[in-house]
Design a protein around this ligand. Structure first.
Ligand code: NJP
Length: 241
């Protein structure tokens, strides 16, 4: 319906699926990720099917990159209606592995990356008097399982930040968190602990739902009338405990 939607982590998985679905439904897209060549292919694919999309290299750990993403929406389309903060990673391992580098990375991408997006988009949304934050959390933010302490911690933080944002947003901004369970993406590949990696890869291959299922949840929230704020959506594979 012509909404201008910026998506982080649009180069694969859930972000890519959301871009394709929203483009099909008429959104104008501003796509960010670090892998520019994948973004270029996605933009070409969207334009070939009559959609509208632009891209900019976006590392969510860099505050300036989020400002550039939001600014690009203004330059190209004159506004930003929705920020989908989707970029995230789960380098999952037991705390005893002491992968402190991975703990830092998850905090930087999953938590600070979301904050950088809020910092960049909030003033724009306030100036417009309207705007919608859609942020991808996780079912790990509802149920903690071994080896997921830090990942779950980042996603608990995301839900807390988004709930605070919702309460402060007033009656003009909308705030949605979408929490997926196991989704069939590259997400599972990031874990360095061989046992954990084998366990989550096996779970993905056995029960994961396609990223398009999460894209539909994102589209559902975005496409509601302005007076309807869908706050939390949790989507698990039917077979996930
Ligand atoms: O995974 P994947 P998903 N700056 O690996 C980007 C959550 N989730 O689609 O920069 C900017 O295909 C990366 O782009 P690139 C999960 O926590 C998933 O499943 O080019 N972007 C890529 O596009 C995450 O929040 C599952 O490498 C950065 C994207 O993030 C969201 O779903 C379960 C970046 C990751 O795509 C999407 O993940 C769950 C950076 N510094 C929650 N670092 C699941 N799949 O099972 C990474 O509970 N990206």
């Amino acid at each position: 319906d012509g909404k201008v939607v910026a998506i982080t982590g649009a180069s694969s998985g859930i972000g890519e699926a959301a871009a394709l679905l929203l483009a099909e439904r008429g959104a104008r897209l501003v796509l960010g990720a670090r892998r520019s060549e994948r973004l270029a292919e996605l933009v070409a694919r969207i334009e070939k099917s009559g959609g509208t999309a632009v891209q900019t290299r976006t590392d969510v750990t860099r505050r300036d990159d989020l400002h550039n993403l939001v600014a690009l929406a203004g330059e190209r389309f004159g506004r930003l209606d929705v920020l989908v903060s989707n970029a995230g990673l789960g380098t999952i391992s037991p705390l005893d592995d002491l992968r402190v580098d991975e703990w830092d990375r998850m905090v930087d991408v999953n938590v600070k990356g979301v904050l950088h997006g809020i910092g960049a988009a909030l003033p724009v949304f306030r100036a417009q008097g309207t705007g919608h934050f859609v942020t991808i959390a996780s079912t790990a933010a509802f149920r903690i399982v071994p080896a997921m302490a830090v990942y779950a911690g980042t996603k608990f933080a995301v839900r807390a930040i988004c709930e605070g944002l919702r309460q402060e947003a007033g009656d003009s901004l909308r705030v949605t968190t979408v929490s997926p369970g196991a989704v069939g993406t590259d997400f599972a590949e990031a874990s360095t602990n061989p046992q954990v990696r084998a366990r989550i890869t096996e779970m993905r291959d056995r029960i994961a739902i396609p990223p398009e299922a999460i894209a539909r949840a994102i589209a559902f929230a975005i496409e509601q009338p302005a007076t309807v704020d869908v706050n939390e959506i949790v989507v698990r594979p039917t077979a996930q405990s």
